[in-house]
Design a protein around this ligand. Structure first.
Ligand code: ZN
Length: 437
């Protein structure tokens, strides 16, 4: 339900007005939607991750208008060459840090990324031309991550025009290549010591709870070596595709063992409703298989790739050891010639749920959304895990989308306009002192 321009709820009693209701004014709603639309129109999908320079320059002009000191930071090419060497990238990796000092004792880094995943197939609307339907906005990145950026810009705009006093000095951190899972702009900022807020708010999450934990990420690749021959004389060759099928089958035992574990960190109530699962779990998936040359040729090699997510209680080293041991057994049992390459990604993230920063975020989110928000973990991985391992900042994540509804990374990605609106209210509650009205 929309509220009228004075902030009154149609046809019902409403609580005392506060500054956060200002976002419901028509011009602010328009600013929110137009800002999100403009952000989506920069096709910053990765790979290749082009157009970062353009979106950052656009953001700089807006944030400068809000009184921020902005710095565009392009990752040096020699670092890109080393840290992102296997990725199919084009264009400069342009990142943004924008700071505004207030008369505040503490500071906060407000972070999300600027890249999106490619559109993929199955869309009913053009992915980079946002469409509004049934109270939602559809487009690639409307939820993950650009809805967060639009809500943040709207909150900063409201702070400016309403002259709201901030509780913190603000540091806006908008960075590249999170979706690659390799080395993001945020990782670079962490390595360069640019993350200096007393706290960090990561906006790259759903709005179902305050996230204090994420899984660590380990991608992997396996090449099965066979021997080529004419397919009418298979006894002269070794069929790498058929051997790969056997390997995939045998890996199910490891998958079962891994997925029987669970973390002490609870998962969101929505995930519990959907799966019955109470806590976050580790995951093991085979996700890609490539092999073969031609129908009548015994395939000489086959490549399998996959994804292992590990809970904060597991270590990266133990995860790799366990995987190598399982693969060594499969090789020995079946006489298969294969090479395994583990590709460690972001480590897990974990902040003590009783930390004061987590409690402040929880209180602001619960008040803004009008429902109590719990504290939980997610099974995805975030570059924040890498960043705070270096910066040692207390961090928690809270974002705009709904994990079972917004279809992030899929076709028809969407976000409720009411969630964007409540998210602006959340930011205003968290960051500003409320004036009496
Ligand atoms: Zn994201």
């Amino acid at each position: 339900m929309m509220k009228d321009e004075r902030g009154g709820m149609e046809g019902g009693r409403r609580p005392m007005r506060d500054q956060t209701d200002y976002v419901e004014q028509k011009d602010m709603q328009q600013f929110l939607i137009e800002t999100l639309t403009a952000l989506i129109k920069f096709p910053t999908f990765v790979p290749p991750g082009e157009h970062y320079g353009e979106i950052v320059d656009w953001l700089i002009s807006m944030l400068t208008g809000f009184g921020f000191v902005c710095e565009r930071i392009d990752i040096p090419q020699e670092i890109v060459n080393v840290r992102l060497k296997d990725a199919d990238l084009h264009g400069v990796r342009a990142n943004l840090i924008a700071t505004k000092a207030y008369a505040a004792r503490e500071s906060v880094d407000l972070y999300t990324h600027l890249d999106v995943v490619p559109a993929g197939e199955g869309w009913s609307t053009p992915p980079f031309e946002p469409v509004i339907k049934d109270g939602k906005i559809f487009g690639r990145g409307v939820a993950d991550p650009k809805g967060n950026v639009a809500a943040l810009l709207t909150a900063l705009h409201i702070m400016e025009v309403q002259e709201l006093e901030s509780r913190y000095s603000l540091r806006v951190v908008l960075t590249t290549d999170e979706e690659l899972g390799l080395y993001s702009g945020l990782c670079y900022f962490a390595d360069e010591g640019l993350l200096q807020g007393d706290y960090m708010l990561c906006m790259d999450t759903d709005n179902e709870g305050i996230c204090v934990a994420t899984n660590g990420v380990l991608n992997w690749e396996m090449v099965i070596h066979g021997r080529s021959s004419h397919s009418s004389t298979p006894f002269l060759g070794v069929n790498a595709v058929e051997q790969a099928a056997l390997v995939v089958h045998e890996l199910q035992a490891l998958k079962g063992e891994i997925e029987r574990r669970e973390s002490a960190v609870p998962c969101s109530p929505e995930i519990t409703d959907l799966t019955g699962q109470q806590h976050i779990k580790p995951v093991f998936n085979v996700t890609m298989i490539n092999g073969g040359v031609k129908e009548n040729l015994i395939p000489p090699s086959c490549r399998i790739r996959g994804d292992r997510r590990y809970i904060p209680e597991e270590s990266a080293d133990s995860v790799v050891e366990e995987f190598k041991d399982a693969v060594a057994t499969i090789k020995a049992d079946h006489g298969i010639d294969l090479n395994l390459t583990p590709k460690p990604g972001f480590p897990p993230m974990f902040t003590d749920p009783s930390h004061d920063w987590v409690r402040r975020v929880q209180a602001a989110a619960s008040a803004a959304f009008g429902v109590p928000k719990g504290i939980n973990g997610v099974q995805g991985g975030l570059d924040v895990g890498y960043a705070v391992q270096r910066s040692q900042q207390p961090v928690c994540s809270f974002g705009v989308w709904r994990c079972t509804e917004s279809n992030i990374h899929g076709p028809d990605e969407n976000v409720r306009i009411s969630d964007l609106t409540n998210y602006v209210k959340f930011l205003l509650r968290l960051l500003t002192r409320q004036k009496e009205t």
